[in-house]
Design a protein around this ligand. Structure first.
Ligand code: AR6
Length: 178
């Protein structure tokens, strides 16, 4: 079965089959990791995003779409849209965040990708609480690794120290369970 690993650093530098983008519904780019990905990958990514918009009109929250990674060392970008934390019904937000991880990996498995790197979706500009997001991410990825045998490695790429420390602790606890 595939496994989960952790690194701290810049997602755009990862040499993997796909990196996942924390995008928005428009797919037209933005700040945070989304801005970094479009800058590093170049205009080919936005061109494909525009084609997807023309076909299906953006990307609903919790869903995912796939484009080239342009000039980055990865092959594909899986763009998913996390929930904005503010507002009512926090359980619904949990479900949407869970869907981001699951749908991204479903797309990856469908095109036989083996290594996928995730940022900490929704925990920046969208203000999802980091620990709550980490629990959801790790659980969702664990379930998908059990289901999709083609996926060999999922790498959590943490940018800030707080996320890195959280994932380090949680992944260590998980490996103690088995
Ligand atoms: N590599 C890895 N992680 C990064 C990088 C990087 N280069 N840059 C930031 N992060 P955010 P969101 C981390 O805000 O909360 C955009 O405008 C960051 O520390 O990028 O899902 C979109 O267009 C945080 O832990 O995404 C949307 O409008 C994590 O990436 C909106 O932001 C996610 O933070 C999405 O907000």
């Amino acid at each position: 079965m595939g496994h989960m690993t952790l690194v701290q650093g810049d997602l755009t530098k990862m040499e993997v089959d796909a990196i996942v983008n924390a995008a928005n519904n428009s797919l037209l780019g933005g700040g945070g990791v989304d801005g970094a990905i479009h800058r590093a990958g170049g205009p080919a990514i936005l061109a494909e995003c525009r084609e997807i918009r023309a076909r299906q009109g953006g990307c609903p929250t919790g869903e995912a779409v796939v484009t080239t990674a342009g000039n980055m060392p990865s092959r594909f970008v899986i763009h998913t849209v996390g929930p904005v934390w503010s507002g009512h019904d926090k359980e619904a937000k949990d479900d949407l965040l869970r869907n981001c991880y699951k749908n991204s990996l479903k797309h990856a498995a469908k095109i036989n990708l083996e290594t996928i790197a995730f940022p900490n979706i929704s925990t920046g500009i969208y203000h999802f609480p980091k620990e709550r997001a980490a629990d959801i991410a790790i659980q969702a990825v664990k379930e998908m690794l059990e289901e999709y045998k083609v996926i060999k490695e999922v790498i959590f790429v943490c940018f800030d120290n707080e996320n890195y420390d959280l994932y380090q602790e949680k992944l260590a606890n998980l490996s103690k369970e088995v």
